[in-house]
Design a protein around this ligand. Structure first.
Ligand code: ZN
Length: 463
């Protein structure tokens, strides 16, 4: 029984709030628990697919929600489940005749056949879509929960009361459906993911964290994240209580953690200031504008970037991009120089921030699809990357171009694993890629040799 809590933060769940979350604390006492190092980038897409397949973003060729399809300048496309070619846990379970219930795991729309049932994820366009396997399951879901909610309509909103209402409604319906499926379907593997913690962190972190630049000590929503975690703890406890027997191993996992977001670094504005990026038109005075709106003068542009929780930089390479100008022999030199200068971009007050800049080849053994030439984690993700140019701000901004957002992702998620034969204790050195081999081990199935991780049952690393 694998219960995924998107964005659940180890320093909160495993440490600070341990006494507030009795059901999770009980699982921790019974089992192994600790930080679960995520992939780079630690982003929902691809992280859950990496976890379920034990393959890296490079293996899957998925580097974020949006990816380049080719080396044209056409922009990015959203990677849905069709982009995941590697077998995931339920595909392998199916191959060996085991039955699965899969609920809301990111990367499962559109649904594919399996031995069992599947309800697709938060990237499902609407309940009008064919979002279940088998297709008839949709009607049953409507009878059990009414309208099923994949996600909040917009979590980057100023209407915080509405966001709260939506998150609770979404979570409650998902757990109600989980109970129903566990009651009515036979299973050897149950895997669900709840998006609520992620939406709460992005929506309410500033209310909780006195270190956040917009923190209001008298705000009404100071305890919103904690209260939600208490609620979630009760729901998780209910599932375990009712559906996990003595032979069941329960895993509670997250795909990455969360941390305060200090602001945004405007990667394209910086490239423009450095003379490496030229737009065809100038932005209107005071108007932050996307590159797509202004047009890029590719004949003079060395590199351009994409914003998001992490930044990506693409080189305009001769013979690779349509109007590339960087000679292939120069790629190494240009990237090394760019990486060093980007890593040195300071925070808003000139302070050093621990930016990590990676080449895909150094992160992954295999690099499929079209990877960014540089993956940039500004301030170790205390800063996000922003893609617009022009406007009132310089390199730094405290406005989010896509709406208010208080939190960024942190590199480590968490894992709690309790069940027969699991040695209890705090564990170190666990990696997200180890989850699928561990689950296969529990199911007494062999992990394919292409999986990157190792079963945690075989690596005794309890501290
Ligand atoms: Zn996530």
């Amino acid at each position: 029984m694998l219960i995924g809590l998107d964005c659940a933060e180890p320093s909160l769940v495993l440490e600070r709030w341990r006494d507030e979350l009795p059901n999770l604390a009980r699982l921790m006492e019974r089992g192994r628990h600790g930080r679960l190092t995520s992939v780079v980038p630690p982003i929902t897409v691809p992280a859950w697919s990496c976890m379920m397949a034990s393959r890296t973003p490079g293996d899957l060729g998925i580097y974020g929600f949006r990816n380049r399809a080719d080396h044209s300048y056409d922009g990015l496309f959203v990677a849905n489940g069709s982009a995941v070619k590697a077998p995931r846990l339920w595909d392998l379970a199916t191959r060996y005749g085991k039955r699965s219930i899969v609920l809301g795991v990111p990367g499962t729309f559109p649904p594919r056949p399996l031995n069992g049932v599947l309800v697709s994820c938060f990237l499902t366009p609407s309940t009008e879509s064919q979002y279940t396997y088998p297709p008839m399951l949709r009607r049953e879901i409507e009878q059990v929960v009414g309208e099923y909610l994949f996600d909040c309509t917009n979590f980057r909103t100023e209407d915080k009361d509405d966001l709260l209402r939506q998150v609770y409604e979404m979570t409650d319906r998902r757990f109600r459906l989980a109970h129903h499926l566990l009651r009515t379907r036979p299973w050897e593997l149950f895997a669900m993911v709840e998006m609520g913690p992620d939406r709460m962190h992005h929506g309410f972190w500033k209310d909780m964290d006195p270190g956040h630049r917009r923190h209001d000590p008298h705000g009404r929503h100071r305890d919103a994240i904690l209260d939600y975690h208490r609620h979630l703890d009760t729901l998780v406890g209910g599932l375990v209580e009712e559906h996990a027997d003595d032979d069941t191993t329960v895993l509670v996992v997250s795909d990455h953690g969360a941390k305060r977001m200090d602001g945004g670094i405007r990667i394209n504005e910086w490239l423009r200031a450095e003379g490496l990026l030229h737009t065809l038109r100038e932005p209107e005075p005071g108007q932050a504008t996307s590159l797509a709106e202004l047009g890029v003068d590719w004949t003079r542009t060395v590199a351009w970037g994409e914003g998001g929780y992490y930044g990506r930089v693409f080189l305009n390479v001769a013979g690779r991009e349509p109007n590339g100008i960087v000679p292939p022999d120069d790629i190494e030199r240009v990237l090394a120089d760019l990486a060093e200068r980007i890593a040195a971009i300071p925070g808003a007050d000139g302070e050093p921030i621990a930016t990590r800049v990676h080449r895909p080849e150094e992160l992954y053994d295999e690099v499929n699809g079209v990877a960014p030439d540089l993956l940039v984690l500004f301030g170790d993700l205390s800063w996000r990357a922003v893609g617009t140019v022009g406007g009132p701000d310089g390199i730094h901004t405290f406005e989010n171009d896509t709406g208010p957002d208080d939190a960024n992702h942190a590199q480590d998620g968490l894992l709690i694993m309790a069940g027969p034969g699991i040695e209890p204790g705090a564990a170190e050195g666990m990696h997200l890629l180890d989850v699928a081999p561990t689950v296969l081990d529990l199911l007494e199935l062999e992990a394919p040799p292409t999986m990157r991780g190792r079963s945690l049952l075989r690596t005794a690393r309890v501290a």
